[in-house]
Ligand binder design. Sequence first.
Ligand SMILES: Cc1cc2nc3c(=O)[nH]c(=O)nc-3n(C[C@H](O)[C@H](O)[C@H](O)COP(=O)(O)OP(=O)(O)OC[C@H]3O[C@@H](n4cnc5c(N)ncnc54)[C@H](O)[C@@H]3O)c2cc1C
Length: 408
Amino acid sequence: MIDQTQISFENTEYAFVAKSNTELKKANFLFSIMGKPWLVNAALKITPLAINLHIPFIKTLIRKTIFNLFVGGETLEETVKVANRLEKYNVKVILDYGVEGKEGEHNFEHARDEFKKVITYASTQPNIPFMSVKITGFARFSLLEKLDEEMRKFSGALMKRYLCALDMLTDNEKEEWHRVRLRTQQLCEEGSKKNIGVLIDAEDSWIQYPVDALVMLMMDVFNKEKPVIYNTIQLYRHDRLQFLIDAHTAAVERNFIFGIKLVRGAYMEKERNRAVEMNYASPIHTDKESCDHDFNASVEFCISHLDKISVIIASHNEHSNLFTTQLLDKKGLPHNHPHVHFSQLFGMSDNITFNLAKSGFSVSKYLPFGPIQDVIPYLMRRAQENSSVSGQTGRELNLIHKELQRRK
Ligand SMILES: Cc1cc2nc3c(=O)[nH]c(=O)nc-3n(C[C@H](O)[C@H](O)[C@H](O)COP(=O)(O)OP(=O)(O)OC[C@H]3O[C@@H](n4cnc5c(N)ncnc54)[C@H](O)[C@@H]3O)c2cc1C
């Protein structure tokens, strides 16, 4: 049955139904702290140093505060408590093994094995349909960078540029890339066998081309009948709406389902700074409005082509989420359409997640886990993202205050 009820993200009773009073007060305290940019900036400088110097109590302090707010646990097994709690409210989980940027073949093999364990574990759980992967978890960054640079020297379709760029690698690099492909393939195969979606994160724009090509190759094999592999498009980039349209054309031609996670993008300052430092045109939109326009246009494009696209709306933007639900209703599509999924990060925008779930949409929390020292870069990004009172933090705090007031 199609539920046409108007959804509201203002319902704080349902938004925080999974949080006790104590948890809510703690979230209130942490978001208030994150609303002080000077404090966040100081913490961003001190924390990695303190971790490296093994300063006593630092890990305990992090674990009891920001770690608990944004991370599911230090081990796979520790995430079960969070996943079970979310399941009660029809909220699913995207498991994210939070290892970032550990280089070396040994670490890459280890990461591949850990990702495989995540898939196996997810397949035993009732509400974990996806896991996410960063290709930099098992590929050397500078190799991706070289391939990307070579791909930019050629023109034409993505796969043509990829094949030309491969020819430019040395024999050793070709072998190394072959191992990266193999690891990716093994993970995708495992996901396909165990029916767990594999989401490939988007990272820096200067390594994205080979990632796009690799993911496209995987989709061509594993997404023939149903979506298993998903790429990510960052709509803060001005070239990505066109990339989506081209990818859809490729999916139609090759007859596979294009799996895509739509995000605005997490590395805007880094992208802009690099472009200035290295004197090239920034790949990022000049303003937020253009980024929002492309995000919503991408949503519209995906919803209009659901026969060959499976989309994950990964956003905390209320308008974009509402816009998607309204599009589905307008087209008479079911809220739980198998090719439409929503997701927000664990610890953020519960008002969106829980109200979407209540209205029957397929929605999940993106739940990272891993040893504290490994998830520090992720936590840093969350603290940074939440350090503007006018932005997300202000919104989170208003909602928490409203709910605390209501519970009195
Ligand atoms: C499930 C999930 C998975 C994710 N996976 C990834 C991933 O793989 N890769 C990744 O990079 N990020 C990823 N993210 C993070 C995501 O990019 C950020 O959470 C997101 O950018 C915040 O935007 P928003 O859509 O929530 O909405 P908003 O709060 O409306 O938008 C904020 C964003 O808009 C963009 N923006 C802000 N100002 C400007 C400006 N002046 N010009 C241009 N753009 C601007 C920036 O991207 C900024 O982060 C993921 C998020 C979720 C929820």
